[in-house]
Design a protein around this ligand. Structure first.
Ligand SMILES: C[S@@+](CC[C@H](N)C(=O)[O-])C[C@H]1O[C@@H](n2cnc3c(N)ncnc32)[C@H](O)[C@@H]1O
Length: 660
């Protein structure tokens, strides 16, 4: 029986394993022979003392911090959750550095997209300074006492911000899958430093782009100082990939609609039109492709948009939105050269459908409207799709996202830093994502990313799962540090949270937002609107606590291995996390042979937290043939039962037996 180690992911060990795969000859007894590695890399070793490097005070510790393990855990808060039984979304409260460490076992290499909107280092947006020696203790102390801010006057403004960001980004990269991608909002204060550390962490070759986002209007106070400075309207979103990301071909509306596009196609799907366009754009298309195009076009119908809108009760005020969202199937027709018309006329003799395709001698493919006016000399026969002309790819300059009047967006009034839902939905839509992909925001603030993911799921009929992390920043303490307007806004927020029966914590705000969203849209969707709420805490097991403080403790009373005040569920989720199991997998609790068993993921893992197990009970548990079983180390009645239990479990095909 193997002992389950109470630690989080061991980054260093993981890296050694990877090195071993590449250079088996450099490893002896789990140690790296550095001289041999140097030999193998030959001239590629940098020996210049004055080499290009970006460094700051504390960098070494920041690097080590990213590799540090923790015995911390996440405790479930079922009452604070929404749709606990069914949801696959996670809302985690706690310091994100420690939370990221805890999540590494279960979500290493699994997250498809991470977006973060960290403090921009504008003077007092820091929550507290990390203590790399003991982050958990630091977190506990700071959330009980007052929170420090990183005042500009502290003199080491950039240094502390870099020390804060470096280990978080490093672990975030570990969580990304090979096709994963990271987006980071930032402004001029730290964009240069952020890019440098990201180049180091992700590799320069994995820098995708810096998106410039217009984030405010040229109005208000900022315009009164134009003689002294140029007002700031923009922010940035840095984008880095882990290895090979695939982006979607997204389109956004141009500012106005061209009324020549006034016919809508029915009996055709977006996917079919995409197929048609792929064939059109492929110069190596085959006869089979042409035939396939004609089959797709065989049943379409062309209806005037005005008629379609009337029939479908589309109100005048909704028409512009309707046109742009249906631009993929709205068309106009134009005339063509006489030589092209001759080809179309020839095909018309045998094809009587609404539309068909032709190819020209110089290998161009045209979509032809069959029902054209034959009485005119240059009839409009060629079909143009509105989205090819009236929508554009936003590329890396986003000036179309409304940023004013958003105070009430997302139900909660969090003026200080709430991002527009449209920005986050745009980011999600950029990347090729599929059902069950995990997307994450570990500086989640008011929970915009959670709401945006749900709304994006509904609009795109997807089932992405989100993970949000937010520190339980105390707004009453924050308020004391703020002045005038920000103080008033925070007071309003505190009053609001109290009025809905919540504590004045930022993490409560995010949850409240998601609860309000569910209330509003639950009747119109079947999508997952819930979240499982977890809270960062120290380990539940006394013996694992020992690792944390690194001090020799009194012998542990094994008859009571769990700390006071911790529940069976707390221990269960800690085991899942330390075992690297996804904590949203279905869990059933049932009684077998008079003992309680948690069956994870339809019986693949059994966790039994009972004491004094007899051989009869082991026989019953083993007969269910889980792949893996977890017990307390001293759960067997005696040593003999323990040895026999191992045999019985082996005989029943239980591949792994772990004890805690
Ligand atoms: C700029 S805000 C994010 C706003 C968010 N994008 C939204 O739309 O509401 C940054 C958030 O990160 C949180 N934060 C700062 N340090 C943190 C830490 N160590 N762990 C978790 N959250 C933290 C802050 O409390 C703040 O709410």
């Amino acid at each position: 029986m193997d002992k389950l180690d109470g630690q989080s992911f061991h980054t260093v060990q993981h890296n050694i394993e990877k090195m071993k795969e590449l250079f088996p000859e450099i490893c002896t007894e789990n140690k790296i022979d550095f001289a041999k590695l140097q030999l193998l890399l030959g001239e590629q070793i940098e020996t210049e003392k004055e080499r290009f490097d970006f460094t700051w005070n504390g960098k070494t510790e920041a690097i080590q911090s990213a590799q540090k393990q923790t015995t911390g855990t996440l405790r479930p808060d079922i009452a604070g959750s929404l749709d606990w039984e069914t949801t696959k979304n996670l809302y985690i409260e706690g310091d994100n550095l420690e939370v990221l460490r805890v999540l590494q076992n279960s979500y290493h290499n699994r997250v498809k997209l991470i977006y973060i909107d960290p403090p921009y280092n504008t003077g007092n947006d820091f929550v507290y300074k990390d203590n790399f020696r003991d982050q958990m203790k630091n977190y506990k102390e700071h959330t009980n006492e007052s929170l420090e801010s990183n005042a500009v006057t502290s003199g080491r403004v950039h240094t502390e911000w870099l020390n804060m960001m470096y280990p978080r980004l490093k672990i975030a990269r570990n969580l990304l899958s090979d096709e994963g991608v990271m987006f980071i909002s930032i402004d001029d204060n730290e964009v240069d430093n952020l890019k440098r550390i990201c180049n180091e962490i992700f590799g320069e070759e994995n820098f995708v782009t810096t998106i410039v986002v217009k984030m405010s209007e040229p109005t208000g106070v900022k315009m009164t100082h134009v003689k002294r400075k140029i007002p700031k309207l923009k922010e940035y979103v840095l984008c880095y990939k882990k290895r090979n990301v695939t982006f979607e071909k997204i389109r956004i509306p141009k500012s106005t609609w061209d009324n020549e596009y006034k016919t809508i196609l029915t009996n055709i799907s977006k996917k079919e039109i995409e197929e048609l366009k792929a064939i059109r754009d492929n110069e190596d298309r085959t006869i089979k492709d042409i035939k396939k195009s004609d089959v797709i076009l065989a049943n379409i119908q062309a209806v005037p948009v005005s008629e379609f809108a009337k029939k479908n009760n589309i109100e005048k005020r909704d028409l512009a939105g309707f046109l742009f969202t249906n631009a993929w199937r709205i068309i106009r027709t134009v005339s063509v050269a006489a030589s092209v018309k001759t080809i179309a006329d020839e095909k018309r003799k045998t094809n009587h459908n609404q539309a068909f395709v032709i190819t020209t001698p110089n290998n161009k493919l045209y979509f032809i409207n069959n029902h054209y006016n034959t009485a005119v000399e240059s009839p409009r026969i060629k079909i143009l799709f509105a989205d090819d002309y009236l929508t554009v790819h936003p590329c890396d300059f986003w000036a179309d996202i409304k940023t004013t009047g958003l105070d009430k967006e997302g139900f909660v009034d969090y003026r200080n830093g709430k991002k527009p839902l449209k920005l986050i939905k745009r980011i999600l839509s950029m990347v090729a994502l599929k059902d069950d992909d995990i997307v994450m925001d570990f500086f989640s603030g008011s929970g915009t990313f959670g709401e945006a993911t749900v709304r994006y799921n509904i609009e795109s009929n997807l089932s992405l799962r989100y993970i949000l992390v937010q520190i339980n920043e105390n707004l009453e303490q924050l308020q004391m540090k703020l002045s005038s307007e920000a103080k008033r806004d925070t007071k309003k927020l505190i009053d609001y949270l109290k009025s809905v029966g919540r504590k004045p914590l930022l993490s409560e705000l995010g949850k409240e937002r998601l609860v309000c969203m569910k209330r509003e849209i639950q009747h119109s969707t079947h999508h997952d609107l819930g979240f499982k709420n977890f809270k960062l805490d120290t380990t539940n097991l006394k013996k694992w606590e020992k690792y944390l403080s690194n001090v020799e403790q009194m012998p542990i009373n094994l008859t009571q291995p769990v700390k006071q005040g911790r529940s069976e569920e707390d221990v269960l989720f800690e085991i899942l996390l330390k075992q690297g199991i996804d904590i949203v997998l279905p869990i059933e609790r049932f009684i077998l042979g008079e003992c309680t068993v948690f069956s994870v993921n339809g019986g693949t893992v059994f966790i039994c937290l009972e004491k004094d197990l007899s051989l009869d009970q082991i026989n019953i548990l083993a007969s269910k043939k889980p792949n893996r079983m977890v017990f307390y180390e001293d759960c067997f009645q005696n040593e003999e039962v323990r040895n026999k239990a191992q045999q019985i479990l082996n005989q029943n095909g239980v591949e792994e037996v772990l004890v805690i």
